[in-house]
Design a protein around this ligand. Structure first.
Ligand SMILES: [Zn+2]
Ligand SMILES: [Zn+2]
Length: 341
C-alpha cells in the first residue's frame, strides 16, 4: 500500500479502466497491459491537445505497462467503487497460476447477477449445467466437475417431473427455482449461445478438450453459494463432500489431484502441490496416509487420463464419437478399467 491518497488521482484514465473492467468482469495483468497502454496513450494525446504538455505525445506499448501501474489502477478503482458496494477480489487461477481479478457486486447474490440479461429458460439451463458439474459428474468414483458440449446439450430441457424439480437431489436452490413446469427448455442453437455467453462473460471456461467448467471468477463469486448448495453441513470432518478445498491454499479445487482413497477428501491443486510436498518427508495423504500418486485427478483428466478415453481417441482419431465416449466413461457405473488389456 502506498501512503498517497489515491482518490486525488482518480481521473478519466481510471474511469476508462473501470469501464473496460466492467465490460469483461475479470482481468489479469496480461489482459490489462494492452488496455492500460491504450488508455495511457490516449491520455497523453489529450494532455498534449489541451496544451498541458509541450512534449510530443508518446505511444505506450503494452509491455511498457508495469505490474505497479496495474496494481495502482486496481486499487484506485477499488476505492472508487466501494461506495457502490462493489469490490475487486483476486484469486489464483487453478491451472495457469495467473492472478485473476474479479469485479464483485456485494449487494446482489451471484445467481442474480448471472440472471441479468438471461431469460428464465436460460437460467434454468445454467442451473442444470452447474448441477451436472457438481452433482451428477462429481462422485467419489469420478470427480470430473465439468462437462462437454454434448452433455450440456442434453440438459437443454428440464428432466420430466419424474424425479422432482430442478436437477437431482442436493442441487439445491430456493434462489433459482422458477415454476419449472412451465419452462419448455432451449433449442440446441440456444444452448450454444448461452454457453458462449457464459465463457465470454467469464463465468465458464472451455478447455482445449472441449470441457466446460466454472472459471476462476465463478469460483470466487459462487464460493459460498456452491458450499451451501452442494455440501452437507451435517457431514463429519473429513467426510467426502461435493465441494472440496485445496489442502495448501484453501481455495476450491475443481482441477487438481486427489487422494487415491476414494472416500478421503484431501485435494491439492497442481500448482500448489510442489510447495506442499517440499515441507514434508513423505508423499502420503496428510489425513489417511495413503501414498499420494499424483495420478488420481480432479477435473477433466479424471476422464481424459483413463485408458478407455485414450483407447477411444486412438480408435476414432480426433472428433468422431469422442463425445459419446466421454459420456460412457462419466456415466458408466463400473470402475475405470485401468488394468484391462
Ligand atoms: Zn491450492
Ligand atoms: Zn487420504
Amino acid at each position: 500500500m502506498e501512503d498517497e491518497d489515491i482518490s486525488h488521482h482518480y481521473d478519466n484514465s481510471h474511469r476508462a479502466f473501470l469501464q473496460a473492467f466492467m465490460a469483461r468482469g475479470t482481468m489479469t495483468f496480461n489482459q490489462a497491459q494492452p488496455i492500460l497502454a491504450a488508455i495511457f496513450t490516449a491520455h497523453d494525446e489529450n494532455e498534449h491537445k489541451k496544451g498541458n504538455s509541450d512534449e510530443e505525445p508518446e505511444v505506450t506499448r503494452p509491455e511498457q505497462v508495469t505490474r505497479e501501474d496495474f496494481e495502482s489502477y486496481v486499487s484506485a478503482v477499488s476505492a472508487a467503487i466501494s461506495p457502490f458496494d462493489m469490490e475487486i477480489r483476486s484469486i489464483t487461477h487453478q491451472v495457469s497460476k495467473e492472478r485473476v481479478y474479479s469485479l464483485i457486486n456485494m449487494t446482489s447474490d451471484p445467481m442474480t447477477q448471472l440472471a441479468t440479461l438471461r431469460s428464465a429458460e436460460e437460467m434454468a439451463f445454467v442451473r442444470r449445467v452447474i448441477d451436472a458439474m457438481f452433482d451428477r459428474y462429481n462422485s467419489p468414483r469420478m470427480e470430473v466437475l465439468c462437462l462437454d458440449g454434448m452433455q450440456a446439450n442434453k440438459l437443454r430441457t428440464a428432466p420430466r417431473n419424474e424425479d422432482g424439480e430442478s436437477g437431482n437431489g442436493n442441487g439445491a436452490g430456493e434462489n433459482g427455482s422458477q415454476a419449472v413446469g412451465s419452462l419448455k427448455g432451449l433449442k440446441s442453437s440456444e444452448v450454444e449461445q448461452v454457453l458462449r455467453g457464459l465463457v465470454d462473460e467469464g463465468w465458464f471456461e472451455r478447455s482445449r478438450a472441449g470441457f466446460y467448467s466454472l472459471s476462476a471468477r465463478a469460483l470466487t463469486e459462487l464460493r459460498q453459494w456452491l458450499v451451501d448448495a452442494y455440501n452437507d453441513p451435517e457431514a463429519g470432518d473429513g467426510e467426502w463432500q461435493r465441494v472440496k478445498f485445496c489442502e495448501a491454499c484453501r481455495e476450491i479445487v475443481t482441477v487438481g489431484q486427489r487422494c487415491a482413497e476414494r472416500d478421503c477428501c484431501i485435494r491439492l491443486h497442481d500448482i500448489c502441490q510442489e510447495a506442499f510436498w517440499r515441507t514434508r518427508k513423505e508423499r502420503v495423504c496428510p489425513r489417511c496416509s495413503t501414498g499420494w500418486t499424483g495420478k488420481n485427478f480432479v477435473g477433466e483428466r479424471a476422464v481424459t487420463e483413463t485408458e478407455a478415453y485414450q483407447r477411444g481417441r486412438r480408435r476414432s482419431g480426433r472428433g468422431g464419437g469422442r463425445s459419446s465416449l466421454v459420456e460412457d466413461i462419466m456415466d458408466g457405473g463400473e470402475d475405470e478399467d485401468e488394468d484391462e488389456e
